[in-house]
Ligand binder design. Structure first.
Ligand code: PLP
Length: 445
């Protein structure tokens, strides 16, 4: 091959196939789909190695809330790099870690439930969930008696580490790893589309109530994705369910965990999904948008009463320390990126922008709901799912491929097309996104 020719997507994909193992990917067929080889990005645009531009309609993986290359976030990371690249959070502390904790506590949801007053860092959504599960179990052993199980929702997704898979509700993932998983109690999803809205709410409430009545003293926590189950296909549900979960957790001495990894930082049109219900959990996990998508970071926000149970006290016969933490816990570059993201969010009213973008998306998508082949359009803020009726193999995927041909990058969840653009997406780009989707639906359905 000539050496002066720039490498094309095809060249890179050959090298990729020879050396790379991708997440959640079937490699026997991966290159048949000619994946995009991303080279750079600007604002809401991804640009591949052949120079083709794609509007990033899913914010990378639901993360890039400010779009790519925001000058303030870039500058904050660069400034932090010049000052302190990394220093362990075990035995030392650092200023961006302290400042970010203060900022997160100030932004924590308020309402019925305890104030969230302490921050424990992790590296991604799954590892935040993993930490929260261990905290909840250890809390039970240190405040009463060991409660070895969790209540989880059918169709939930909380990540791919073992604890997170166990509290998820996807049979596919349970089947693959069953002998390795914790015991959990699965209850009906309040967002399940198997029943009409009123029935599904009643069924879910009844199952949660029964699970806590029958097993409550063995349950250390109820864990939910508040208001909307993202990876299940954007299954939104009523806030009343979260009020019930708060009541039942309190009545049975269990903790309530809200997993806001997908919903946090403005994604649902408010800072937290919890804000829609006015309910505060005992533990809140967050990740994804925390750094605006620039660097990997996540956190568990904890109530004071939870933190307090981990403090040594007179007469203890066993240590109360939380035995958990990673090499890169609270990496200063990540903390600096998160601080810059939160500053931009406040200065540019990104939550207001997200709420307006969500409304606009809702209006523009309305006509698509009437299309033959579109089963349902679900949305909370900018978390949007367009469910299509299967027409042959991989219908959702083929719709996304057809959108990609029109310059819009989308990624489906089965036959639900996800739309989760940067929260700051402009009107013209929003029009382009919806028009490309409409044409793609027309082509495939
Ligand atoms: N929790 C929720 C609600 C999620 O949606 C996800 C990922 O989509 C996770 C946890 C796992 O996060 P990560 O992929 O960063 O480990």
């Amino acid at each position: 091959t000539p050496t002066d020719r720039p490498a094309t997507s095809a060249d890179w994909l050959r090298r990729d196939a020879a050396a790379v193992w991708h997440p959640f990917t079937q490699h026997a067929t991966w290159t048949d789909d000619t994946p995009t080889v991303v080279d750079r990005a600007e604002g809401p645009w991804l640009i591949d190695v052949d120079g083709r531009r794609y509007l990033d309609g899913v914010s990378s993986l639901w993360t890039t809330t400010l779009g790519h290359g925001h000058p303030d976030v870039n500058a904050a990371i660069t400034a932090q790099l010049a000052r302190l690249d990394h220093s362990t959070f075990l035995g030392t502390t650092h200023t961006p870690g302290i400042e970010l904790s203060e900022a997160l506590i100030a932004l924590a949801p308020r309402g019925r439930g305890p104030d969230l007053t302490k921050v424990f860092y992790a590296g991604d959504g799954s590892s935040a969930v993993e930490a929260a599960l261990k905290i909840a179990y250890q809390y039970s052993t240190q405040t009463g008696h060991p409660r070895p199980t969790f209540v989880r929702l059918d169709q939930a997704y909380h990540g791919d580490t073992l604890g997170a898979v166990a509290v998820g509700g996807h049979e596919l993932f349970h089947r693959a790893y069953r002998p390795l998983l914790l015991d959990t109690i699965g209850v009906a999803s309040p967002g399940s589309r198997d029943h009409a809205p009123r029935e599904r709410a009643a069924l879910a409430a009844a199952e949660l109530t029964a699970a806590m009545r029958d097993h409550g003293d063995q349950v250390c926590a109820i864990i939910v994705e508040p208001m909307i189950q993202g990876a299940a296909g954007m299954l939104d549900y009523d806030a009343d369910y979260l009020r019930l979960a708060r009541d039942l957790a309190d009545a049975h001495g269990a903790l309530l965990i809200f997993d806001e990894v997908a919903t946090g930082f403005g994604r649902t049109g408010s800072m937290w999904a919890a804000d829609h219900a006015g309910i505060v959990p005992d533990l809140l996990t967050c990740g994804k948008g925390i750094t605006g998508g620039y660097l990997p970071l996540s956190a568990v926000l904890a109530a004071e009463h939870v933190y307090d149970a981990f403090l040594t006290r007179p007469g203890d016969t066993a240590p109360r320390t939380f035995f958990h933490g990673h090499t890169y816990t609270a990496n200063p570059l990540c903390c600096a990126a998160a601080l810059a993201n939160l500053r931009v969010m406040a200065e540019q009213d990104v939550i207001g922008q997200a709420a307006r973008l969500g409304d606009r998306l809702g209006k523009l998508l309305e006509p698509l709901a009437a299309l033959d082949g579109v089963t349902e359009i679900r949305r909370l803020g900018t978390m949007t799912g367009v469910e299509v009726t299967p027409r042959g193999e991989r219908t959702g995927f083929r719709v996304c491929q057809a959108a990609r041909d029109r310059g819009v990058w989308l990624r489906p969840l089965g036959d639900t097309i996800v739309i989760m653009p940067p929260l700051t997406l402009g009107d013209d780009e929003t029009d382009l996104l919806v028009n490309a989707l409409a044409e793609a639906l027309d082509e495939v359905l």
